[in-house]
Design a protein around this ligand. Structure first.
Ligand code: TYC
Length: 117
């Protein structure tokens, strides 16, 4: 049996690997970053503003000022982005907010949206 060392060049050996007569084509590497997802909060007519601010502080790690600003944007514009995450994290946060709100008997809802590249 013959073992060929391709990682330590021998003197007088060609400086390429045998491709076995296959056509070898170099393609550009597929290294797109994974898509990001927005957690979007939706307005409704019933959830108390204080509750929305508390949710934004606790689930999205926002300070009182930022949480109040986002709550007011949802209230006046109908929706606002609370944060942008990987798909897993965005799905989990939206589900946690929706479940917590349901337990507290408020209709507050979040949904996730894939960011446009
Ligand atoms: N519109 C609600 C109210 O007037 C407040 C509210 C804000 C509800 C943001 C939901 O995502 C929301 N009490």
């Amino acid at each position: 049996m013959e073992i060929q060392l391709t990682f330590m060049q021998q003197p007088g050996q060609p400086d390429y690997e045998d491709d076995g007569n296959l056509a070898v084509q170099t393609g550009k590497p597929e290294l797109k970053p994974p898509p990001r997802y927005q957690v979007v909060m939706l307005n409704d007519d019933y959830t108390p503003m204080d509750f929305v601010v508390e949710v934004l502080e606790n689930f999205f790690m926002l300070d009182r000022e930022s949480a109040t600003r986002i709550m007011l944007r949802v209230h006046t514009e109908g929706r606002a982005v609370c944060g942008v995450y990987s798909r897993d994290v965005a799905e989990t946060k939206a589900a946690q907010v929706n479940e917590y709100s349901r337990q507290c008997q408020h209709p507050l809802m979040c949904q996730i949206e894939r960011e446009t590249e």
